[in-house]
Design a protein around this ligand. Structure first.
Ligand SMILES: Nc1ncnc2c1ncn2[C@@H]1O[C@H](COP(=O)(O)OP(=O)(O)OP(=O)(O)O)[C@@H](O)[C@H]1O
Ligand SMILES: [Mg+2]
Length: 252
């Protein structure tokens, strides 16, 4: 059997001396959509950041394998070039950088090119914006400068569409997103998967509504840095009804 797309083996992670992930095993195969749920502070964003190679975290044990290759020592740039994607969330507007300019740099980095012609980017961008039902004027907006929740999500989906990742991680940490913003993400994931059917997806979310739209193959519940349960999409419904308490490890 070929090695899976992404595999985490007994992953232990620390940041600033505190243990955050404590033995995570997870396999995301090609074409699969996985959802990661769990209470605040469980380590969900940490997991996505560590897979991306964020330098603020230390892997103290275990492995991260991409198609069977241990990528633990790769820089985040190398991982991005290999097709690992984590949507950038900008807490602050980046002044003076338009959506197009940002994407041009990101695509050049992913494809290991010094420079990418503006024309080339514009064509791809226009095509994807059309496919995703976006207003062309959006491309000229400055990053996150007064973006609504839905617009931030559109930006995230555009990044994913244009960077053509082999594994896309979406960390939906925002609270208070309305259903339309969630649909942007769900529809975007579907549209990009239509074009790139082998892409694996890992969605971090608290939103059962999002999962109803995305229809994950598997749902994993992360509590205190460990996956305490994995199951089908029905797990999300149970969590919606009962919360996470039932899944907390019994401490004596
Ligand atoms: N760089 C860091 N340095 C120190 N501690 C960190 C760091 N990143 C995360 N932590 C801590 O690790 C724990 C897990 O954080 P993380 O952001 O991964 O949780 P989460 O599951 O994404 O939560 P939420 O649902 O609120 O987004 C928290 O206690 C957090 O304070
Ligand atoms: Mg988080």
């Amino acid at each position: 059997m070929p090695a899976p797309l992404l595999e985490l083996r007994n992953l232990h992670v620390e940041a600033e001396g505190s243990r955050i992930l404590r033995g995570v095993d997870l396999i995301v195969g090609e074409s699969e959509v996985h959802a990661l749920m769990g209470p605040n502070g469980a380590g969900k964003s940490t997991l996505a950041n560590v897979v991306m190679g964020h330098p603020g975290y230390t892997v103290t044990d275990g492995q991260i394998l991409l198609h069977g290759e241990d990528i633990g020592r790769w820089s985040s740039d190398q991982r991005a070039r290999a097709g690992i994607f984590l949507a950038f969330q900008y807490p602050e507007a980046i002044s003076g950088v338009s959506v197009t300019q940002f994407l041009r740099q990101a695509i050049a980095a992913r494809k290991n090119l010094d420079e990418l012609s503006i024309l080339e980017v514009r064509l791809d961008l226009a095509e994807w914006m059309d496919r995703l039902g976006m207003d062309p004027a959006f491309a000229e907006r400055h990053l996150n400068d007064g973006f609504s929740g839905g617009e931030r999500k559109r930006n995230e989906v555009l990044q994913m569409a244009l960077l053509e990742p082999i594994i896309a991680m979406l960390d939906e940490t925002d609270s208070g997103l309305d259903i339309d913003a969630l649909r942007v993400v769900a529809r975007g994931v579907r549209t990009v998967r239509d074009e790139h059917p082998l892409m694996g997806v890992l969605v971090v979310t608290h939103y059962v509504k999002l999962l109803e739209e995305i229809e994950p193959d598997q749902v994993h519940i992360l509590v205190d840095g460990q996956i305490v349960h994995s199951g089908g999409a029905e797990l999300a419904q149970l969590i919606d009804l009962d919360g996470y308490d039932a899944w907390r490890p019994v401490t004596t």
